[in-house]
Design a protein around this ligand. Structure first.
Ligand SMILES: Nc1ncnc2c1ncn2[C@@H]1O[C@H](COP(=O)(O)OP(=O)(O)O)[C@@H](O)[C@H]1O
Ligand code: SF4
Ligand SMILES: [Mg+2]
Length: 350
C-alpha cells in the first residue's frame, strides 16, 4: 500500500456527492442500483470499490463516465471532476471529457478487440477520436510505443492482430488504450478477474507501478477484497447499492467498523496471517427492486436492532477520512469473526 498520508493532503480530483441512480424496468419497476453514494478521490490516490456481485459497482463506474444503460435514471447528486459537475454537461460537452479526463477499463474488455484490425490500429482510432488536434501518424506511433512500454508489451506487437496476443497481453493493451488520452482519473472494472492468478499478479504490479509513475488517480473495482488490499490507498465497501464504509485500506483491514465489512473480511482467507476457520456471511444480497427498509443490510446483520429496519443510517465520519453508515458500529468486535465465533481473537489484526 502506498503512502496514504501524503496523498490525503493533496488536491481533490473527483468528488462524488449523494449520487442516486435507478434502472427503470418496462413494467415501471425501479432497480435501486446506486443509492446516495458519496466519496472523494485525490490526485494520485487509488480507491478500491468492493462488494458482492450485483451491489452496484459497475453502475457507479458507468454513471461516472455517463455511459450508463439507456434505462438508467440519474435521480440526483453531483460528479465533480476537477471542479466540473459532469451531470450538468450536455452529451457533446461530456464527450470531450470522456477518455481525455476520465477513462475506463471495462469489465470483460479484453474480449472485445475487433479481430480484423491490429491492436495498434484500434488504439490509434481511439486517439484520433479524442485527441484535439488529432495526432499525426508519427505522434500516434510514438505514443503507442510509450504506452506499450508502460504496460509491459513489446512495441513490436503494435502491428499484430488480437489473436496473436495472450489473454494477459490483451488486457495490458486495453489498459494502454484507456491511458492513451492521459486521463486524470481511470476506472478499472474487474481488470484481472478473467486471468489466471500469476498473470493477475503481474498486471496488478504493473498497474501499481503505472499509477505511481504517472501519479494517476485510479478507481479499482473488484469483488475480490484481497486484490483491493494489494493495490489501493482507500477502500470503499458497497452493499446493495450503498457505500457502507470507506477509509484508508490499511485501516479498514486492521479494524473494519461496519458489520458487513467485518463479515466479508471474516470470510476472506488471510493473506499473511495464520489460518483460521472462516466465518460465513449468511443469506443472500437483497433484491434491489424492493430493497429492505432502513439499513439495507439489516436482514443479514448480526448486530441489527429495531431501529435498523426503520431508519436509514447516514454515512458519517468516525475517524480521519473514515466514514461508515451504521447505527451500532460500536458493537462490532475489534477482532474478526471465526466460524465458531468464540475464538474471535484468532486473527484480529490481519
Ligand atoms: N440495465 C439494467 N437494467 C436493470 N437492472 C440492471 C441493469 N444493469 C444492472 N442492473 C442491476 O443493477 C444492480 C447493480 O448491478 P451492477 O452495477 O452491475 O453490480 P456489480 O458491478 O457490483 O456486480 C444489479 O441488481 C443488476 O442486476
Ligand atoms: S445499521 Fe444496524 S443493520 Fe445496518 S449494519 Fe449497522 S447494526 Fe447492522
Ligand atoms: Mg460489475
Amino acid at each position: 500500500m502506498t503512502d496514504t498520508r501524503t496523498r490525503s493532503s493533496r488536491e481533490s480530483i473527483l468528488e462524488v456527492k449523494n449520487l442516486v441512480m435507478n434502472y427503470e424496468l418496462k413494467d415501471g419497476g425501479m432497480v435501486s442500483a446506486v443509492e446516495d453514494v458519496s466519496f472523494e478521490l485525490k490526485k494520485g490516490q487509488s480507491l478500491g470499490l468492493v462488494g458482492e456481485s450485483g451491489c452496484g459497482k459497475t453502475s457507479v463506474a458507468l454513471t461516472l463516465l455517463q455511459l450508463q444503460a439507456a434505462n438508467a435514471r440519474v435521480l440526483g447528486g453531483e460528479i465533480n471532476l476537477d471542479g466540473i459537475n459532469l451531470l450538468e454537461l450536455s452529451p457533446e460537452e461530456m464527450r470531450q471529457h470522456r477518455w481525455t479526463d476520465i477513462s475506463m477499463v471495462f469489465q470483460g474488455a479484453m474480449n472485445s478487440w475487433n479481430p480484423v484490425y491490429t491492436v495498434g490500429e484500434q488504439i490509434r482510432e481511439a486517439m484520433d477520436l479524442h485527441w484535439d488536434p488529432k495526432p499525426t501518424a508519427a505522434e500516434a506511433y510514438e505514443k503507442i510505443v510509450e504506452l506499450f512500454n508502460l504496460v509491459g508489451i513489446n512495441p513490436e506487437m503494435i502491428e499484430r492482430y488480437p489473436h496473436e496476443f495472450s489473454g494477459g497481453m490483451k488486457q495490458r493493451a486495453v489498459i494502454a488504450m484507456a491511458l492513451s488520452c492521459d486521463p486524470k482519473v481511470i476506472i478499472a472494472d474487474e481488470p484481472t478477474t478473467a486471468l489466471d492468478v500469476i498473470v493477475q499478479e503481474q498486471i496488478l504490479e504493473e498497474l501499481k507501478k503505472i499509477q505511481d509513475e504517472l501519479d494517476m488517480s485510479i478507481i479499482y473495482i473488484s469483488h475480490d477484497i484481497a486484490v483491493i488490499a494489494e493495490i489501493t490507498d482507500l477502500m470503499g465497501v458497497m452493499y446493495a447499492g450503498k457505500l457502507v464504509e470507506i477509509g484508508p485500506t490499511a485501516e479498514l483491514f486492521a479494524k473494519p467498523r461496519h458489520p458487513y465489512t467485518w463479515l466479508i473480511l471474516s470470510s476472506t482467507p488471510s493473506i499473511t496471517g495464520p489460518r483460521r476457520a472462516l466465518a460465513p456471511l449468511e443469506g443472500e444480497p437483497p433484491n434491489l427492486l424492493d430493497p429492505p427498509s432502513g439499513c439495507r443490510f439489516h436482514p443479514r446483520c448480526p448486530f441489527a436492532t429495531d431501529k435498523c429496519s426503520q431508519e436509514e443510517p447516514p454515512l458519517s465520519e468516525i475517524g480521519e477520512g473514515h466514514m461508515i453508515a451504521c447505527w451500532n458500529h460500536e458493537q462490532v468486535p475489534v477482532t474478526l469473526a471465526t466460524a465458531e465465533d468464540d475464538s474471535r481473537s484468532a486473527n484480529g489484526s490481519q
